[in-house]
Design a protein around this ligand. Structure first.
Ligand code: E4P
Length: 221
């Protein structure tokens, strides 16, 4: 399973990219709205320069032709751009056209297996089930990821399953166990999953033992 970072914040992306585990970035209009300074398009280009991997940038128009125009403009910003399209009938028409043009797409706001199948039928590159938002309503978000993975396997579907709306470290491990191809993580969750108290304890005792060895052996250590 690959890791994407779910943020539009350039500092977070730079820091996480240096850790060597992030292959791409997902943004959405709400994440972009939290940031300042750069225009949306400048931000997408800057992100693509940092990660040099798939960068999801969302089209906000809802009407088909406007959405397609916007999607094509976004795709021209960088070869790494994956155009994010909402799960609507108009959106799937746009995904079909983009797919025929060889452009990568990520169908977002997916909350059912049927929606995922529709996205795949339209030719989506990625489909994004929103795990946390389903959990918030009392439903089983990770169960949906599991079902989409099974349905895609049963039908030999090549659309990749991207587990989104991740809220905590357990979601990450569960997404991998469910068979997701990618999980997109908020920066906070990415930082959390590096840590384990026994790792920190082990490092502290290795450092202390090494210091004691060096103080006893000096230059011969
Ligand atoms: C995914 O691409 C979305 O940007 C994101 O995961 C949504 O997460 P949220 O439900 O925490 O807003």
């Amino acid at each position: 399973m690959r890791f994407f970072l779910d943020t539009a914040n350039l500092e977070e992306i730079r820091e996480a990219a240096a850790w060597g585990v992030v292959d791409g970035v997902t943004t959405n209009p709400s994440l972009v709205a939290r940031e300042g300074d750069l225009s949306f398009r400048e931000r997408v280009k800057a992100i693509a320069d940092i990660v040099a991997g798939p960068v999801s940038a969302e089209a906000v128009s809802l009407e088909g032709e406007a959405m397609l125009r916007e999607a094509r403009e976004l795709a021209l910003l960088s070869p790494h751009v994956v155009v994010k399209i909402p799960m609507t009938p108009e959106g799937m028409g746009v995904v079909r056209t983009l797919s025929r043009e060889g452009r990568a797409t990520n169908v977002t706001l997916v909350f059912s297996v049927n929606q995922a199948l529709l996205a795949a039928a339209a030719g989506a590159t990625y489909v994004s089930p929103f795990v946390g938002r389903l959990d918030d309503t009392g439903q089983d978000g990770m169960g949906l990821v599991r079902e989409i993975v099974s349905a895609f396997r049963a039908g030999s579907v090549t659309t990749r399953v991207l587990a989104a709306s991740v809220r905590h470290p357990r979601h990450v491990a569960e997404a991998a166990l469910a068979g997701a191809d990618v999980v997109t993580l908020p920066f906070k969750v990415l930082k959390q999953i590096f840590h384990h108290p026994l790792t920190e304890k082990g490092i502290a005792s290795f450092v202390a033992d090494w210091e004691s060895y060096r103080s006893r052996h000096g230059d011969r250590a």
